[in-house]
Design a protein around this ligand. Structure first.
Ligand code: FAD
Length: 470
């Protein structure tokens, strides 16, 4: 083995980039990043980071730079420095923030019914801004090999892992991390190899389960996303709530418009100049089926508008301002029985692509990255095959149950936001009864979601260290 541990990262999304940054703190680790795209670019949409993954951003020293590209601002308190989002790490002060407002909108006149307060706030970014900060931090210390679409890898006992790319080239590494997203090529090879072994040992059901994990499945939901210039809405509706709702200084308020089988999320980004818009339309009976058509494509405005006919005027205003929406068929990865095989692991969307309805997919890939860097950079991971395998097993033990829980919680939030809750027909309720039922629904959402602002990623980190040192 060479003296440095050679980590190959396949995929340069948020997960792969944060992993590279987290690994850059260890001198005995050398990182190569292989990215399929010929040029790094993020989609023009927003991404929000909750207090829990934000603690990792702080630990990696990315906070100052990221705060320059978001509207959320630090707050100074009397004699004390307050981080609006910080919960446990550097401070003992937790600010309760009005973060989400909910309105039932699938009717002529919408009903405001709930405000969700969180401990610390959701910090929102334009994806391209977020990516640029990560790339700047990485600097030139690691070369990102663009145009390298992984086809497959081979892992031989004790030898290096060989990566095979679509352009006919190859590379080697000691550890391979698949951060290659929803259609992960690393997941495909990993699950195929595990299936072959299980099959050869007569474990047929297990083999079938591995093979069924390769393809991502349609969640039954499509999302229409757009970034709308705030002026486009202001000129038609100067008092639209999406930019006029009262907020605490330095915070953002995200507006939710809920209705039967659909909902819309909107919040300001890019210094308030733009509104991030995402509409979700669910066909629950289609969950885990194959989507007919491209997973990601430009859509006609009319296609978006037809799903929201009959909704209140405020929603019509948003929908009509969403020029050139992009349609995403939301796909998820079925809950996996492992993220690891030998010296190969998958992380982020490659391992647990989930419904976006807890705004936590990127946060989970940040958590994966931090634990992976911790186990790979730990002194007990000395470069031997056995130590690498042990490190990755610990990653699997620590991260997989948590990520799968978040994935299930996100799936449930998706149902609740489409008013699918305990068989209640909300359209048949009125007045106080309707209001109370809607509040009950949101209390359920809050209990389901609170982990992301009321818990710390330190629990996973500490468990990993304990296992490494036991
Ligand atoms: C509508 C919507 C809203 C969302 N909002 C939020 C939010 O507010 N907060 C949040 O935390 N999450 C959110 N998410 C989820 C979040 O976007 C993802 O979970 C996150 O981007 C996953 O990051 P990743 O690095 O694991 O994968 P990706 O971002 O998919 O990156 C994978 C990378 O691998 C590359 N790649 C793919 N195949 C190969 C190959 N064979 N070889 C080499 N490279 C390859 C790709 O080009 C890409 O660069 C949202 C998702 C959606 C759909």
């Amino acid at each position: 083995m060479p003296t440095k541990l050679r980590v190959g990262i396949c995929g340069c999304g948020i997960g792969g980039l944060v992993l590279a940054i987290a690994l850059s703190r260890y001198r005995d680790v050398e990182v190569s990043i292989f990215e399929a795209a010929t040029k790094l670019a993020e989609v023009g949409a927003g991404v929000g980071v909750f207090p829990r993954p934000w603690e990792i951003i702080q630990k990696l020293g990315l906070e100052d730079e990221l705060l320059r590209v978001t509207e959320v601002k630090r707050r100074e308190g009397p004699g004390k420095f307050y981080h609006v989002w910080s919960t446990r790490t550097s401070l003992d002060f937790v600010l309760v923030v009005r973060t989400f407002s909910y309105r039932k909108s699938d009717c002529a006149e919408g009903i405001d019914f709930y405000t969700l307060f969180t401990q610390g706030t959701l910090i929102s970014f334009h994806r391209a801004d977020f990516q640029q900060v990560l790339l700047r931090r990485l600097g030139s210390q690691y070369k990102i090999h663009c145009g390298k679409r992984l086809r497959a890898y081979t892992q031989r006992h004790n030898g290096p892992i060989k990566l095979w790319f679509e352009d006919g080239s190859a590379a080697t590494c000691d550890v391979l991390i698949g951060a290659d997203g929803l259609k992960s090529a690393v997941r495909k090879t990993l699950m195929t190899e595990k299936a072959q072994l299980a099959q050869s040992e007569g474990r047929r059901a297990e083999a079938a389960d591995y093979l069924a994990s390769i393809e991502a499945l349609w969640s039954g939901t499509v999302s229409y996303r757009a970034v709308i210039p705030t002026e486009a809405i202001r000129s038609r509706c100067p008092n639209h709530r999406v930019f006029t709702q009262p907020v605490q200084v330095g915070f953002l308020l995200t507006s939710y418009y809920l209705g039967k089988n659909a909902h819309i999320v909107a919040y300001p980004i890019s210094g308030g100049k733009m509104i991030n818009f995402a509409a979700f339309v669910a066909r629950h009976e289609k969950e885990n089926t194959k989507f007919d058509g491209p997973w990601f494509a430009p859509a006609e405005k009319e296609e978006l508008a037809k799903h929201f006919r009959g909704w209140e005027p405020e929603v019509q205003m948003l929908v009509n301002s969403a020029d050139q929406p992009l349609r995403w068929a939301i796909h998820t990865v079925k809950p996996l029985s492992t993220f690891v095989d030998g010296r190969v692991a998958i992380m982020g969307d490659a391992a647990h692509a989930m419904h976006p309805t807890q705004g936590s997919g990127a946060g989970q890939s940040i958590e994966d990255a931090y634990v992976l860097a911790t186990v790979l950079g730990h002194p007990s991971t000395d470069g031997s095959c056995a130590s690498i395998q042990r490190a990755l097993k610990i990653f699997d033990i620590v991260r997989r149950p948590r990520a799968l829980d978040v994935s299930e919680g996100s799936r449930l939030n998706g149902q609740y936001f489409g008013l699918k809750y305990k068989g209640v027909d909300f359209s048949s309720l009125q007045g106080e009864i309707l209001q109370n039922k809607l509040v009950e629904l949101m209390e359920t959402v809050k209990r389901n979601w609170a982990w992301t602002w009321s818990t710390s990623p330190d629990d996973a980190y500490e468990e990993a260290i304990q296992l490494l040192e036991s």
